[in-house]
Design a protein around this ligand. Structure first.
Ligand code: ATP
Length: 455
């Protein structure tokens, strides 16, 4: 794994994974742009999450709700009142700091001074105006989590799919938080993506499902290449527990800057649906909720045995995509000493996450038959639907191998004179991890590649 953030930042910029946002204007703190390979890696992580959370299960539906929502959503969700971080000002260096790790000893992160103010609450939501009239009432917020769109669509999903408990709704999308001190590359940013599941169950079954999701999510991260020794659980207790949560388990990963939260798995009880439902008095809502005077819809399910309507409990595994990507490249980053005394950097990504699946390189860039075969193979492999297949005509295979090791391309295929002269059109297939090269007839290449990526 990577030892420092700097080596990742440098690789990400050099190879086109991640760039500083608004760089040509001096940058925008807490915002990053994903480049040609970053967007592929991100899409592959999202696809893997969606596959395991939606396609491979029969009890989860997908959703893509709007980022801009009615301001009442945030009034009743509790965000308007409580989505804050404690902040202090440093009298010495005039910076503002997030104070939640400061506990009793208050020292400025920036200059080390203890001359800081008492902490005060700072709301992390970005406020914005909607419509052409700017007045007291025309505001709303950019969503600070995707979850609320799931709760507000609860009845729409139930009615359109005829779901019964237990079932979940999964969503991937952007969230925005005006973090006081964005830092550690893409670890803490102001615009990021989340992959969230809200899993609804009967009260009383919540603890069982909570355990289930903690373990299922950990296994998923292991399947993405993270290793057991770099993952820890943190059982959130006391003051650190969100007001809505009965219990939360954070899944931590050993980032270059230390063990930090990658995903939170919370038992949110009936807080969310209970907060957003109409006619709260008709239900036995266990959570402490604000009286709702605006909702038009009852968010409850009928318990057929007891013949009464209940507000379901909800378990939420909430993962950060950007943090996930950072964890995955941290783990995959490998500096290897080679037997011949040289070294190489390899990104040992799981094949399903690799931004480029196969690179096809003609040995000679101006030999028409070689170029034609290479292009034909590129088109054939592209049609398999495995992801990006790159035809790369630089004429320098050695350099190509180096670059593709660094960006994690599992397979490089070279087309050379043998390929056009010998029977069966043999091409050379090189493996990223073992660096072994084998010869495969061109006609067998699609089957070889499918077998490699599917099995
Ligand atoms: P932290 O304590 O690190 O601020 P959090 O507990 O506020 O995180 P949650 O509200 O539980 O985070 O959000 C769920 C997930 O969303 C987090 O586990 C993380 O992966 C991701 N996330 C939250 N805030 C950010 C951010 N500012 N930048 C990148 N990812 C974030």
């Amino acid at each position: 794994p990577a030892k420092t953030m700097d080596e990742l930042v440098s690789l990400c910029k050099r190879r086109g994974f991640i760039f500083q946002g608004s760089e040509i204007y001096g940058g925008m703190q807490g915002a990053y742009d994903y480049g040609p390979l970053g967007v592929e890696l991100k899409n592959n992580i999202k696809a893997a999450w969606w596959r395991s959370m939606v396609y491979e299960r029969d009890d989860v539906e997908g959703l893509d709700a709007a980022i801009i929502q009615n301001k009442h959503v945030y009034k009743y969700s509790g965000h308007e009142d409580t989505f804050t971080d404690p902040m202090v000002d440093c009298h010495e260096c005039k910076s503002r700091l997030r104070a939640d790790h400061m506990k009793d000893i208050k020292v400025c992160d920036n200059c080390g001074s203890t001359n800081v103010t008492e902490p005060r609450d700072f709301n992390l939501m970005f406020k914005t105006n909607v419509g052409p009239m700017v007045d007291e009432e025309s505001y709303t917020y950019l969503r600070p989590e995707t979850a609320q769109g799931i709760f507000t669509n609860f009845k729409n999903v139930v009615d359109s799919t005829s779901r019964t408990l237990p079932f979940g709704i999964a969503q991937i999308g952007k969230s925005f938080r005006n973090e006081i001190t964005p830092r550690n590359f893409i670890f803490r940013v102001r615009e990021f993506e989340q992959m969230e599941l809200e899993f609804f169950c009967k009260p009383g079954e919540d603890e069982k499902w909570h355990d289930f999701w903690v373990n299922t999510r950990k296994q998923w991260w292991l399947d993405q290449g993270l290793t057991e020794e770099n993952i820890q659980f943190e059982y959130v207790t006391g003051d650190d527990l969100s007001h809505y949560s009965k219990s939360t388990v954070d899944i931590l990963y050993k980032f270059p800057h230390g063990f930090e939260e990658l995903e939170g798995v919370a038992n949110r009880t009936d807080y969310d649906l209970g907060s957003h439902t109409k006619a709260q008095d008709e239900f036995d809502i266990t959570a402490k909720v604000k009286k709702n005077e605006h909702s038009t819809t009852k968010l409850a399910m009928r318990d057929l045995e007891a013949n009464k309507w209940d507000v379901p409990f909800c378990i939420e595994p909430s993962a950060g995509l950007d943090r996930g990507l950072l964890a995955i490249i941290t783990e995959a980053y490998t500096e290897e000493e080679l037997p011949n005394g040289t070294s190489r950097t390899v990104l040992k990504l799981k094949p399903h996450l690799a931004p480029i699946k196969v690179a096809i390189m003609p040995l000679k860039k101006n030999k028409p038959e070689i170029v034609a075969l290479a292009k034909e193979l590129k088109n054939k492999l592209q049609k398999l639907g495995l992801g990006r297949i790159l035809y790369e005509n630089t004429g320098n295979v050695g350099k190509g191998y180096r670059r593709h090791d660094e960006v994690g391309t599992p397979i490089c295929v070279t087309v050379d004179f043998d390929s056009i002269e010998q029977e069966g059109a043999p091409v050379t297939v090189r493996d990223r991890d073992t660096m072994e090269q084998i010869v495969v007839p061109a006609a067998d290449l699609p089957a070889y590649v499918v077998n490699y990526f599917i099995n």
